[in-house]
Write a protein of this length. Structure first.
Lengths: 194, 68
C-alpha cells in the first residue's frame, strides 16, 4: 500500500490497524446507507481520513471507536445528500421472544431471567465490545438500522420518524425491542466468561 | 406503552419500557418515582437495571457517542 508512505507520522503498522476495522465499519455504513456504493465510499473516506490524522488519535479510545466517530460524519453527510429512505416492513418475531421473558403478570420470569452482570473477568475491552458487536449483528436488519440511527448517528426520534415514514409509536416499539434483545444477548455473553 | 407508570405501582415489564425510553427522553418525575420505587423492592429489576446501564455505557464506547 502506498497510501501510508505519503503520510507523515504513520507507519505500515498504522495502516494495518486501521484497515483491520474495515468490515465492522462497512457493516455500520451499509445499515445506514441504502446504496452499497455510498457505504463503500464513506468507509474508504474514513480510512484515508484516519490515516491522514493518525497523529490526532489518542490512545484513550480504541481504534475502532475512533474510526466510528469519523465514519459517523461521513454517513451524516451522505444522508444529507441522499435522504434516509423508507423503512421496509419486515417480519420480526421479537414480540413473542420478549413475551417469553415475562410471566402473565408482567413480572420477570424466574426461569428464563439471566442475572449475569458484566464482571471484572472480562478484562479485555475488546472482548467486551466484541460481545456487543456480535449481539448487534443478530438484530433484525430494520431494527438494527433504526437503532443505530438513534444510538450511533444520534438522530432525534422526530427526524427518524419523518425520514423513514414511521409513526412515533412504531419507532418506540422497534427501539424497545432492539434494546431488550441486545440486553438478553449481552448478558448471555457475559455469562460465558464466568 | 407505559400507562401504568402514572400510578405508583408498575410491573417489571413497565420498568423495562421506562429504562429503555430514558435513552431517548427525560422521564417525568412521576415516571422516575415509580421506577425507583419498583426497583427498590424488586431484586430482578435491580439486576436488569444494572445490566442495561452496563450495556448502554459499552454501546456508547463502541459507537463513540462521547466524541464530538
Amino acid at each position: 500500500m502506498s497510501a501510508h508512505q505519503a503520510t507523515s507520522g504513520s507507519t505500515p503498522d498504522t495502516w494495518d490497524q486501521i484497515t483491520r476495522e474495515r468490515s465492522f465499519l462497512l457493516r455500520l455504513a451499509q445499515l445506514q446507507l441504502a446504496s452499497s456504493a455510498d457505504a463503500e465510499d464513506a468507509v474508504q473516506e474514513t480510512l484515508f481520513a484516519a490515516l491522514r490524522n493518525w497523529s490526532g488519535f489518542e490512545q484513550k479510545s480504541s481504534v475502532r471507536s475512533w474510526l466510528c466517530g469519523i465514519l459517523r460524519h461521513k454517513i451524516v453527510d451522505a444522508i444529507r445528500v441522499r435522504g434516509l429512505g423508507m423503512a421496509p416492513i419486515e417480519h420480526d418475531d421479537s414480540d413473542a421472544i420478549i413475551d417469553s421473558w415475562f410471566t402473565g403478570d408482567d413480572a420477570w420470569h424466574p426461569v428464563s431471567f439471566v442475572n449475569h452482570l458484566c464482571g471484572e473477568k472480562i478484562a479485555e475491552r475488546s472482548q467486551l465490545l466484541g460481545i456487543i458487536e456480535l449481539c448487534m449483528a443478530r438484530l433484525p436488519e430494520q431494527s438494527a438500522r433504526l437503532f443505530l440511527m438513534r444510538e450511533y448517528l444520534g438522530m432525534d426520534l422526530s427526524e427518524i420518524e419523518a425520514g423513514c415514514q414511521l409513526s412515533a409509536g412504531n419507532l418506540r416499539v422497534i427501539l424497545y425491542r432492539a434494546r431488550m434483545r441486545l440486553r438478553d444477548c449481552a448478558v448471555r455473553g457475559w455469562g460465558e466468561f464466568e | 406503552m407505559s400507562q401504568a407508570a402514572t400510578t405508583s405501582s408498575i410491573t417489571c415489564r413497565d420498568t423495562t419500557y421506562l429504562v429503555c425510553e430514558a435513552r431517548d427522553r427525560s422521564l417525568s418525575a412521576e415516571e422516575q418515582a415509580s421506577l425507583t420505587n419498583h426497583i427498590q423492592t424488586c431484586p430482578y429489576c435491580q439486576v436488569a437495571a444494572k445490566q442495561f446501564s452496563q450495556l448502554f455505557s459499552q454501546l456508547d464506547e463502541l459507537l463513540a457517542r462521547s466524541q464530538p
